[in-house]
Design a protein around this ligand. Structure first.
Ligand code: BEZ
Ligand code: MG
Length: 578
């Protein structure tokens, strides 16, 4: 018994290590006009080559290697958590081939793969042709020239906006990014991927809570749905148990109900909070989502298999408003308005009661986008009571992440949205919801709890010497980035209580209690270091972390020393008011 428990723990640890190892870690900021370096390029190319890309006539290198080695069950292998000998063998061969490609070119890489894994020559040549194209474009950077052209008011070539790994056609950079045709969302690929993700999401909830959530709240962003061609939208549709139908002009404007026998689970009730950018870009998609909820609510199905209908009837049977009101599920800001402001409130340390953060979220985001019973469009009608009602049944909140470079501690927007809505739910239901994230970053489908995601981000970025040394190469700005990460981590404590105390301890040890590191940081950017120290003290004051008194003393001392240093610097520059 003891040994099987120990084996399971070791297996879990090994899975976590391989997850951290495989994560693509940004090793510095992009410098405008400068091409990426060789090491970064090899990592990036390996990721580009990890997807099948029928639109470029290329297939995943790992798939080609598996086929060459006659390894069966490739799909299952990709989805498996952790590592295995087979996976390691394939990864090692793929990595070596990409390294050879970077050093010696296409022919060397192809020859290696044929000798090592008996791959089909024509197929790998197609994949390396794509990599050669990406590699060449990474080196030829037009950003500076385009900036000059734009300042002269000249024409800039357009190009799609996305993540390089999601869509290599974004290269070369320095073009005028255009977005997406909203009627094309969700793409077929996005809809296929979303099925795996939503099933994994629901499976995880059932594993942890013994049943499906009574209702869920989703955050949908504009840029993410551009980059993923609507994976977030597709996830919402799958949760409801419907698929998009294209009209004669190939526009996704209609809905088809997936029969329960095929869905094999209840339809979920989903409250969708969309960003202001999403609202501006995806009006037809919002109409599609609204239509999907209405259609599902009207289905004559057993209530235990249709949570939308169950929740809607619960409200209308209690004579609490009309059917049209009860099916309102798509919310955003007031027209012309953006953001939740929860991030500003957290960053300024101005809240007393954490409930205010959830209330602020609802104040900003409770504008309904729907239709009335006569089919008239309602675009942003203030409806806090409808949003409060919809949130009062939510037991799980969720957001899909779209990009390698921008994760949940890189910017304050993730905690203002996912943290903000989770706090709003907690206040309205008197219970913290289960909070999940997934990412569209790799061929695997991974659902993580918020706590797991914060740990992963902390280990791969904030506390990872590869990441922070990369940042420190950028001097003043790099220290500000480290401080930003700490502040955004703090945002997850404030909104969702999702940060383990050890994270604050290690941040403090790494950046402030190590005297050599402290001096390096203070030399580059004393302002950010002072903010970082103040943030850690605030984390203690608000009860997120309880270090020994001598650590707190040390942090206070750091602040005093930095203030003295800043005063001295101002005096030396003659900037004091006498
Ligand atoms: C969006 O793409 O919708 C978005 C971008 C940044 C912050 C919040 C939302
Ligand atoms: Mg993003």
């Amino acid at each position: 018994m003891i040994s099987s428990g120990r084996d399971a723990r070791i297996r879990q640890l090994s899975e976590q290590l391989s997850e951290i190892e495989q994560r693509l870690i940004p090793t510095g900021l992009h410098v405008f006009g400068r091409a990426s370096e060789l090491k970064e390029k090899a990592d990036l190319l390996r990721m580009v080559a990890s997807f099948d890309r029928p639109e470029h006539g290329s297939r995943a290198l790992s798939r080609l290697v598996a086929e060459g080695l006659r390894i069966t069950g490739y799909e299952q292998l990709v989805q498996e958590a952790g590592t295995s000998e087979t996976k390691e063998l394939i990864d090692a061969i793929v990595t070596e081939s990409v390294n050879r490609f970077c050093k010696a070119g296409c022919e060397a890489a192809v020859a290696y793969l044929i000798a090592k894994a008996n791959v089909d020559r024509e197929e790998v040549v197609s994949t390396f042709r794509l990599l050669a194209n990406v590699s060449e474009q990474l080196e030829s950077n037009h950003e500076m020239e385009s900036l000059r052209r734009s300042l002269r008011g000249e024409y800039i070539q357009p190009g799609p906006g996305a993540d390089v790994i999601q869509n290599p056609s974004v290269l070369p950079t320095g073009r005028n990014t255009h977005a997406v045709n909203p009627y094309s969302v969700p793409s077929r690929t996005a809809f296929t991927r979303a099925q795996q993700t939503t099933e994994a999401l629901l499976r995880r909830h059932v594993d942890e809570h013994g049943r499906y959530p009574r209702a869920m709240a989703l955050v949908l962003w504009g840029l993410d749905n551009i980059k993923t061609q609507g994976e977030g939208v597709a996830q919402a549709l799958w949760l409801l148990g419907v698929r998009p139908v294209r009209d004669a002009l190939n526009r996704a404007t209609e809905i088809e109900v997936i029969p329960l026998a095929e869905l094999n689970r209840p339809r979920m009730d989903v409250v969708m909070t969309v960003s202001g950018i999403f609202r501006d870009l995806f009006a037809p998609t919002m109409a599609l989502l609204d239509k999907a909820v209405r259609r599902v609510a009207e289905l004559d199905e057993p209530l235990e298999m249709n949570y939308v209908r169950r929740n809607v009837l619960e409200r209308t049977n209690a004579s609490a408003g009309s059917f049209d009101e009860a099916i309102t599920r798509v919310f955003s800001n007031a027209p012309g308005n953006y953001g939740t402001n929860v991030n500003f409130m957290v960053m300024q340390s101005e809240w007393q009661d954490p409930a205010s953060l959830g209330d602020l979220f609802v104040t900003r985001k409770s504008f309904a986008y729907t239709r009335d019973s006569r089919g008239r469009v309602i675009e942003g009608r203030e409806a806090p009571e409808l949003m409060n009602d919809a949130l009062s049944r939510v037991e799980a909140t969720y957001q899909n992440i779209d990009s390698f470079e921008v994760g949940i501690t890189d910017v304050d927007h993730y905690f203002e949205y996912l943290g903000g809505i989770s706090k709003a739910v907690e206040v309205r239901t008197q219970a913290r919801p289960a909070i999940y994230l997934s990412d569209s970053l790799s061929p695997q489908t991974r659902i993580r709890s918020l706590e797991e995601t914060v740990r992963l981000e902390t280990r791969t970025k904030t506390l990872n010497p590869r990441w922070y040394e990369g940042m420190l190469k950028h001097g003043f700005r790099g220290v500000a980035e480290i401080e930003n990460h700490v502040a955004n981590t703090f945002g997850w404590s404030a909104t969702a209580d999702a940060v383990d105390p050890w994270i604050y301890t290690e941040i403090s040890n790494t950046f402030l209690l190590d005297t050599v590191m402290l001096e390096r940081l203070a030399e580059l950017n004393p302002h950010s270091v002072e903010s970082l120290a103040r943030r850690l003290l605030e984390a203690h004051d608000r009860g997120y972390w309880n270090p020994d008194e001598h650590v707190l003393e040390k942090l206070r001392e750091v602040i005093i020393r930095l203030e003295e240093r800043l005063t001295r610097a101002r005096v030396a520059e003659g900037k004091t008011i006498s």
